[in-house]
Design a protein around this ligand. Structure first.
Ligand SMILES: C[S@@+](CC[C@H](N)C(=O)[O-])C[C@H]1O[C@@H](n2cnc3c(N)ncnc32)[C@H](O)[C@@H]1O
Length: 232
């Protein structure tokens, strides 16, 4: 295995399931990203960890030849967005990530992270620019519900990290999962089976796991990835 000198254990310490995918992620990241690029992406303020971002990078990169869109629900200041967009840039892909977020600071900590400004939008746009990947992102400054009304393209990769209230997560899944192609991947953030974000785990179990239409691909300490094997 090609081990990055600075990040020797990129994923294994955090993996619950999906070791073979984890090994591929560990190998790919140091081959594709320079230390300087990793540092730049790491410096973006946000709520996704290095191993989660590495996983999103891997999923975006390895699916550039697959038809369909990448949709992110909940971008905040763009950390996860920047990692996925960097993957598209490095792959030379001709596509954009649809980054859905109203960017409104409601000050409800189940809905938005704690931050000072009234909106995360300016920081989001600046971070895309600073990472040199703004041309790989289509910002959709709307709630997931409003954005879903006008969405009519099949999705290959769906990352859900919006409101963490149970009903909202269920709604995100009900609105967007039917548009996920068979063979497409849904990634849920904040899936720890305990603690203040337990609602996301419950929604994931109720919608994804119980349906038996998905195969678990990889589970990190606080993020889970599933492949859709059947439509409803
Ligand atoms: C935990 S943050 C996302 C973190 C981000 N993925 C990162 O890498 O830092 C959750 C985001 O979801 C957004 N959000 C809340 N409700 C939403 C909704 N109904 N539709 C879309 N986004 C929503 C918030 O504005 C907030 O920016």
């Amino acid at each position: 295995m090609n081990v990055h000198p600075k990040y020797p254990g990129f994923l294994p310490g955090f993996l619950r399931t999906g070791w073979s995918v984890g090994r591929k992620i560990n190998k790919l990241i140091p081959q594709l990203l320079t230390e300087q690029q990793i540092q730049q992406l790491k410096a973006v303020e946000g709520h996704t960890t290095l191993e989660q971002c590495a996983t999103l990078f891997y999923l975006a990169y390895t699916n550039t030849k697959t038809a369909g869109s990448i949709v992110e629900i909940g971008s905040f200041k763009g950390k996860s967005t920047c990692w996925m967009a960097k993957a598209l840039q490095i792959a030379g892909a001709n596509e954009k990530i649809a980054a859905v977020d109203p960017h409104i600071n409601t000050r409800d900590h189940h809905v938005v992270p704690d931050y000072k400004e009234e909106s995360s939008y300016d920081a989001f746009l600046n971070n895309l620019k600073n990472c040199g990947i703004d041309q790989y992102v289509e910002p959709i400054k709307k709630t997931s519900q409003d954005a879903a009304e006008n969405w009519n393209q099949p999705i290959k990769l769906l990352f859900i990290d919006g409101s963490h209230l149970y009903d909202d997560v269920m709604l995100d899944l009900k609105l967007w999962e039917p548009r996920l192609m068979q063979g497409g991947i849904v990634v849920m953030h904040d899936t720890k089976p305990f603690g203040p974000r337990i609602a996301v785990r419950r929604a994931m179990d109720d919608y994804i796991v119980k349906s038996k239409r998905f195969k678990e691909m990889l589970q990190l300490a606080n993020m889970a990835c599933f492949v859709k094997t059947k439509s409803a």
